[in-house]
Write a protein that binds this ligand. Sequence first.
Ligand SMILES: [Zn+2]
Length: 441
Amino acid sequence: MGDGTSVNSDGPEVSITGLETPDAKIKITKWLSEKGLGKASVQYKLRDWLFSRQRYWGEPIPIVHCPACGTIPVPEQDLPLRLPEMTDYTPSGSAEPPLAKAADWVNCKCPKCGGSAKRETNTMPQWAGSCWYYLRYIDPTNPEVFVAREKESYWMPVDLYVGGAEHAVLHLLYSRFWHKVLFDLGLVSTPEPFMKLVNQGMILGEDNQKMSKSRGNVINPDDVVKQYGADSFRLYEMFMGPLEMTKPWSTAGVEGVYRFLGKVWRLFIDREGRLHANIVSRVPDAAELRSLHRAIKKVTDDLEELRMNTAISALMIFVNEVSSHADHSREILEKFLLLLAPFAPHLAEELWLMLGHDKTLAYAEWPGYDAKYLVEDEVEMAILVGGKVRTKMTVPSALGEEEVKKMAVEQPRIREFLAGKTVVKIIVVPKRTVNLVVKDA
Ligand SMILES: [Zn+2]
């Protein structure tokens, strides 16, 4: 794609064959507006953007002002131009930026004629850096170019950009604009810098108001980390609700995830701080496989869709299901740790090492799931009223006795039989029958 010369583009009323794209666009829009079928319009314009700032902090602008030659760019071999060390970088009180006070730095030789010249003393705005930092992150120490070509084409474009909604308009518009300029210059390989943007919701104070000093409802992450640890903080933020949603902070909620992490710890580690003796190297049983593979599927799918909160719920369900088992297949618990790692990396890594691994779990492969373990096991049960089979129902084989009883009396056919009668007793033969003993009301 891109511009080119049109071919085979002769319509009955207008032809653009042989025209370059810009001319073809003009001719088509002119024809459309003459016909009253449409008109050219500008979707949006980048407004002029004042680039200079009168402050010390900011990238210095690599321009030299020469009385003889005018404005001359600093030659490439002298880049990057660095800020001078200054003890006093406060505003000068005049219109002169603070850099004007750094006489040794300001006074220089003109790169063109060698005569006395002065450096530009304005600096760039913050956005000068934020427009392209993602490119430099790929290759941050490269002294030759802003990013090596092979690294750039390997990593770019950015798969996912998560940021506050306040970034959505200006920052993204400008960084896209810079990127498109770099693309047109052949310096980057993709026309767009970001594939997907997600605006995360704001976290409000516990009083449901925007956090602010004056309201006194600010939660300091450092305090939470100090009390509950970084994993609890991180896990709670992800567990609070859908990523895009604005939601209030709840310290009680942090307690909840903190308790969950404690439960995970106790699943692996005994009171003496050693790996539990009931973690054994054996073939996983059916119940373990079902719990694990369900968790793998849910966490994998949810991560893809950034549904961190429901992924964490799946991890909680897994831990609840296996906690009551007498012993644990080591293989099952290891895979669980890999699922936990994106959410509680410190704890997961610690337990991974305690299981005897000498390398970080970051290099371990993400576990896959087998669909055959996702199928619910079901059984058919006969329901008897007054000693005779009246109907059958299909229930999950793992359903508890009380649930089975409840389900049985709610079957429409059974409700008919129970009209005008009182249930005296219900006898459940697991996975086989439910027997309702009744008498007339
Ligand atoms: Zn000069």
